[in-house]
Design a protein around this ligand. Structure first.
Ligand code: NAD
Length: 376
């Protein structure tokens, strides 16, 4: 098989595969073509790709000569006519946002593998791009908050007096939240955490965070380890407790999400008015509405002297390691899709391949895509 690595468009700095991972693909018997300057924003120039055994070419050539194309974001509308029936595109998809493009791809007989649909099973853990990117986001969110905060994170006992440690409140202890706890603790902050899943309590404690329990949280074993919508009574109780802890905090990192829904609003506008001026909120749930009522996606706003950062593109700001993790996840996925001669075999009986394939053979395949797009 020949795989093509596309250069990202727009403000994206990551690349799907770095030169280090090209060498792994070559060992699997795969030929690798790379679009000119594909890795430049991730500090990998064409010479490094060539040294790893890839051929660097113009975009059109890469598309024309590859069976499978790898990208971070879907290569959208302008390119669709360049692809041909039977070709496979593999990227993060955001199926709802890109439903028209996906429908075009389906009609053209292109197969689309959506890396954001990799099932969250133990076997698929090493292929889980969402977890990898959440790790980057949780880390960067704390660093950004620390650099904006007009105070230290750690406690200091100095000749100039004692400096109290910063207080960090973390809403949601999934992959991003747990990473944020670890980084904030390493920097010396006192960390308090809210989540609705009791299973994370021990993990939070083992990282040195204090888990604040709100009684009456609804959990559903059928949700596969994810959070579910809470009752109105619980939401009210939780909001009151969060309000108290946010007023005492210097930093709030928001990561709470419910799959397929708008993010839960946990921090109300009135709470911001009572928070300490100079404090910082980083809302990683911004793209799905935010956990803070005043968050604006993609923007930094200041209310009552509180910085509210609505950012969801931290992985692009750390392109070297984010691309490395992305590429390793793809290679782990390819290992179950490529035979010993390096040929692609899309076995739809495999739950990971079935769950990740958005369209194939002019049909919608993944159950989750069908649900998201209301297709029977
Ligand atoms: P996520 O991004 O879906 O949500 C972040 C966190 O927000 C979750 O912990 C959730 O419980 C919490 N949350 C939701 N509503 C909330 C509310 N009202 N108040 C407070 N917190 C709220 O989470 P994620 O990082 O995708 O992880 C979710 C689960 O899936 C975890 O148990 C994780 O370990 C698991 N997971 C498993 C795999 C795998 O097995 N392959 C991969 C990734 C994640």
């Amino acid at each position: 098989m020949t795989i093509g690595i596309l250069k990202e468009t727009g403000a994206e700095n990551r690349v799907a595969i770095l030169p280090g991972e090209v060498a792994v693909l070559k060992k699997m018997g795969i030929e690798v073509l790379v679009e000119f300057h594909a890795g430049e924003s991730a500090f990998a120039d064409d010479k490094l790709y060539q040294a790893a055994g890839a051929l660097t070419l113009e975009r059109k050539e890469v598309i024309a000569r590859s069976e499978m194309l790898l990208a971070v974001n879907p290569p959208l509308h302008d390119d669709i006519a360049l692809f041909r029936e039977g070709q496979v595109i593999c990227s993060v998809l955001n199926p709802v946002e890109n439903s028209k493009w996906l429908e075009e791809a389906r009609k053209q007989g292109i197969s689309v593998l959506a890396l954001d649909l990799v099932p969250r099973t133990t076997r698929a853990q090493s292929m889980d791009i969402l977890s990898s990117m959440a790790t980057v986001s949780g880390y960067k969110a704390v660093l950004e908050a620390a650099s904006l905060l007009p105070r230290f994170f750690p406690m200091f006992m100095s000749a100039a007096g004692t400096i109290k440690p910063a207080r960090v409140l973390i809403l949601g202890a999934g992959v991003a939240g747990l990473q944020a706890i670890a980084v904030a603790r390493k920097l010396g902050a006192i960390v308090e955490v809210f989540d609705v899943r009791s299973a994370v309590k021990e993990e939070v404690k083992s990282l040195g965070g204090k888990f604040i329990e709100v009684e009456g949280a609804k959990e559903d074993a059928a949700a596969g380890g994810y959070a579910v919508e809470q009752t109105e009574e619980f939401k009210k109780k939780q909001q009151e407790l969060i309000q108290q802890r946010a007023i005492a905090a210097d930093v709030v990192i928001c990561t709470a999400q419910i799959p397929g829904r708008k993010a839960p609003v946990l921090l109300l506008g009135e709470t911001i008015n009572e928070m300490k001026p100079g404090s910082v909120i980083v809302d990683l749930a911004a793209s799905t509405g935010g956990n803070c009522e005043l968050t604006q996606n993609g923007k930094n706003v200041v209310v009552n002297g509180v910085n509210i950062i609505g950012k969801s593109d931290y992985p692009s700001e750390m392109p070297t390691d984010a691309s490395k993790m992305y590429g390793c996840n793809i290679i782990n996925l390819l290992k179950i899709m490529v035979d010993k001669n390096g040929n692609l075999v899309l076995n739809m009986m495999d739950d990971i391949i079935h769950g990740t394939t958005a369209v194939h053979g002019k049909e919608y395949i993944s159950q989750r895509v069908k649900q998201m797009l209301n297709i029977n």
